[in-house]
Design a protein around this ligand. Structure first.
Ligand code: ADP
Ligand code: MG
Length: 348
């Protein structure tokens, strides 16, 4: 292919950063989003606004691209599947269907003999009578959750009864892990046993939203190796193509658990833009566009802090940065509470 046109579904900050990485590789990006104000339109070559059910707009998008990828997992499976009949969608739609459902995702992980938190499916009112074993826990909607949305902490059965759960949706109840630390491992798989893996990243969440990430993670050699091994088993087993992130919990007894899989580039990997020779975004583009794989090397240790809501304001007003600090503004039109507006990476 002389010139590649890459379609990206979703126009948030991840779509923007994918577009920027593609530009560097001389790949044209066409972003499709259901948000007319999607920030990625500032970074891509061509932008199409349309709903995910809008056949006409989707067809226009398909006609303009050679290969399709996506920046978030909550795209209707049918939309991805229909697209895949005409142009290759990577990672393949079946991966997305599996991972966008918390129960199917956790069942899959356990099938690989990889530990997750203990969990139980909740579909109807009578399911909540016998759950003492899973408390204290967190009730989560099985689909469409992100940044802690659709999650409810539950201490005792009565809390569940008082919640007035909307049983038109399905849920899982997860036992709360006594967290010592959270880490994530980002891996880009190009094909059979052919992948590049980044070192584990240490993450701190506030109100269930990622706030700080840093490399290296302060973890034992055992946890480092096990987390990388589990991430590669997951990527291999899914026959995944592209960048994937596995989020882990470490409990106070040094047990490692997989929390969840993100079938996409991930917020904790933003620091790879400045800290590695090839970022998670560039690697994703290289894998889905069948470009050459370049051996990864770390250039520097780093830390990243997310700017949430109005924390972006001082930086927009030309706050002075040091030479080792890199400010990213996602150019979102509206500042909203709990909305990720930008980030700063510091090389250390
Ligand atoms: P999201 O899809 O919103 O990222 P997660 O399941 O990753 O949802 O939960 C967000 C954060 O909430 C986690 O990173 C962790 O800090 C906390 N959390 C979620 N589930 C648990 C659990 N079972 N035990 C302890 N902390 C949890
Ligand atoms: Mg998460």
């Amino acid at each position: 292919m002389s010139e590649i046109n890459l379609g990206i579904i979703g126009g948030g900050q991840l779509g923007s950063m994918l577009s920027t990485a593609a530009k560097k590789l001389n790949i044209k990006t066409i972003v499709y989003s259901d948000d007319p104000d999607a920030p990625a339109q500032n970074f891509c070559n061509d932008f199409i606004f349309g709903k995910y059910e809008d056949k006409e707009k989707i067809n226009e998008f398909i006609s303009k691209v050679d290969v399709i990828t996506y920046e978030f997992e909550n795209i209707p499976f049918e939309t991805l599947n229909e697209m895949n009949k005409l142009k290759t969608v990577l990672p393949k739609p079946s991966v997305n269907r599996l991972i966008q459902h918390r129960l199917a995702e956790k069942d899959f992980i356990n099938k690989q003999n990889i530990r997750t938190t203990r969990y139980v499916s909740i579909e109807k009112k009578s399911d909540i009578e016998t759950l003492e074993d899973f408390l204290p826990g967190i009730l989560k909607t099985t689909t469409m959750g992100y940044d802690g949305k659709g999650q409810y902490p539950i201490k005792k059965i009565d809390d569940l009864k008082l919640l007035n759960i909307d049983f038109s949706k399905s849920y899982i109840l997860e036992k709360l892990v006594k967290l010592k630390k959270e880490i994530s491992v980002i891996i880009t798989r190009f094909g059979n046993n052919n992948f590049e893996i980044y070192d584990p990243i240490e993450n701190i969440h506030q109100d269930q939203i990622l706030k700080h990430s840093k490399i290296p993670a302060e973890i034992s050699e055992k946890i480092l190796n096990q987390s990388k091994e589990w991430a590669s088993t997951i990527a291999e087993e899914l026959k995944y193509i592209g960048t994937l992130c596995v989020e882990f919990f470490i409990d106070r007894n040094e047990n490692l658990y997989v929390n969840e899989i993100a079938p996409r580039v991930h917020n904790s990997g933003h620091l790879t833009i400045n800290a590695y020779n090839v970022s998670q975004f560039e690697n994703h583009i290289r894998a889905v566009c069948s470009l050459e794989k370049i051996p990864l090397s770390k250039l520097s240790n780093a830390k990243m802090v997310n700017l949430i809501g109005n924390q972006i304001e001082p930086y927009r007003q030309n706050l002075k940065l040091n030479d080792n600090e890199f400010f990213f503004d996602y150019l979102k039109k509206e500042i909203k509470e709990k909305r990720k507006m930008g980030h700063i990476t510091t090389l250390i």
